[in-house]
Unconditional design. Structure first.
Length: 114
């Protein structure tokens, strides 16, 4: 029986060490409170990430550009701030209308949302 508990504990530790699955974000009013500075571009080809806003936190899946905007900063995995200038931003995004269009265009910036 002790081996069983050791295996369960090992599985739980492994599961907790994996990156957060959902992209739950909170929009800050102050750039210094944010984890990431974002600029929204109009042209999808200028974006690092194509983002689709989901209406339910359970629909946000992995680091694939499916974002749920949390009303409370403590429920979010990342705090973001929308910059007025793309040169002040860490990440350029474009909002898309179709869930299947969401995703990374510049994969070297994926680490920003882990």
């Amino acid at each position: 029986m002790p081996k069983f508990f050791a295996y369960v504990l090992l599985i739980l530790l492994f599961a907790c060490s994996m990156p957060a699955k959902a992209q739950k974000v909170y929009s800050c009013n102050n750039r210094y409170d944010a984890d990431i500075k974002i600029f929204v571009v109009e042209n999808r080809y200028d974006a690092d990430l194509l983002v689709f806003k989901v209406s339910n936190a359970y629909d946000a899946d992995g680091n694939k550009g499916l974002w749920f905007f949390c009303p409370n900063r403590y429920d979010a995995k990342k705090k973001i701030w929308f910059a007025d200038n793309k040169y002040d931003a860490d990440l350029l995004i474009c909002f898309v209308e179709n869930k299947y269009d969401a995703g990374w265009r510049e994969k070297e910036k994926m680490h920003l949302l882990y």
